[in-house]
Ligand binder design. Structure first.
Ligand SMILES: CC(C)(COP(=O)(O)OP(=O)(O)OC[C@H]1O[C@@H](n2cnc3c(N)ncnc32)[C@H](O)[C@@H]1OP(=O)(O)O)[C@@H](O)C(=O)NCCC(=O)NCCS
Length: 257
């Protein structure tokens, strides 16, 4: 019988740009307070890329960190997949730019855009509403979302998906060692964990330090889990995310290293 294991996570490399934007900084930029942001979302600070630093630059730094801790020959890489809603440019894909910057010769790649844009989209800048003075003036390049609806949908969907994947594998929340959910809002994560009867010590939350980094939240939370010793070889790990589309997914895996 063939081995049913089709893929393993055998190394992790993450990177965030050094410049921090705190809630206090935001207080001086827009009408808000640190208390409101922390109470409603759990976010205290986020990392901001400097002007001229693109998504591919962040990805390349993450790969360099990965190679530092787990030396591998990058020329052996078969495929590069970049999850992003902020590609360097419309085309080529950011994966191609990462491939070029890392000098990996014989690989291919593509981008996956299923980030967390919310209930209503970013309408401007595509083929439907090409960028123009008017789209910029009307702020059509910004993301619009109905936050309250997103909140309710995210809790309901993440609980549903995680229950389904556990049932399919004849497991319950008690069998899970580590729950890593998309970090969009601390209350969404904890409400989902509550529905799964998952104790707080199994739930990874680092949104306070990074904010919502869209496709980056789960790997960053894995890094946090590794650093605080909550992710060890053989652990049963449950991943869940809800994002733009709406798209949603859950994965159950055993940690491989
Ligand atoms: C934008 C936001 C900060 C505004 O906060 P707010 O207005 O205080 O939101 P609320 O606390 O009222 O929550 C929104 C809804 O979820 C409900 N809700 C709150 N806690 C809940 C829980 N534990 N379980 C289920 N629903 C819950 C609220 O009752 C409310 O529904 P209602 O409008 O029908 O009363 C918040 O709604 C939010 O973070 N939304 C999600 C945004 C997001 O994460 N976007 C990225 C997705 S990837």
């Amino acid at each position: 019988m063939s081995n049913p294991t089709r893929a393993k996570i055998t190394a992790l490399g993450t990177y965030v740009p050094p410049h921090i934007l705190s809630n206090q900084d935001l207080e001086s930029m827009i009408e808000t307070t640190d208390q409101w942001i922390v109470e409603r979302t759990g976010i205290r600070e986020r990392h901001i890329a400097d002007k001229g630093v693109a998504t591919s630059d962040l990805a390349v730094e993450a790969v360099k960190k990965l190679v530092e801790s787990h030396p591998i020959d990058l020329q052996q890489v078969d495929l590069i997949v970049v999850g992003t809603v902020t590609p360097d440019m419309m085309y080529p894909s950011t994966a191609c730019l990462v491939q070029h910057k890392l000098g990996i010769a014989n690989t291919w790649g593509f981008d996956v855009s299923a980030g967390c844009s919310g209930f209503l989209y970013m309408p401007g800048g595509g083929s439907l509403n090409p960028a123009s003075h008017e789209t910029v003036d009307k702020k059509m390049h910004y993301i619009h979302q109905d936050g309250q609806q997103v909140f309710k949908y995210a809790v309901k969907k993440m609980a549903e998906m995680t229950q389904r994947i556990l049932e399919r594998n004849h497991l319950t929340g008690a069998d899970v060692d580590c729950f890593i959910a998309h970090q969009a809002n601390r209350r969404i994560i904890m409400a989902t964990a509550d529905r799964l009867k998952m104790p707080e010590e199994k739930v990874i939350v680092n949104i306070d330090r990074y904010g919502n980094t869209t496709a980056g939240t789960i790997p960053l939370a894995m890094q946090t889990a590794l650093e605080i010793g909550k992710l060890k070889k053989g652990n049963m790990v449950l991943l869940a995310a809800v994002g733009a589309g709406f798209t949603s997914g859950a994965t159950l895996l055993k940690w491989a290293y």
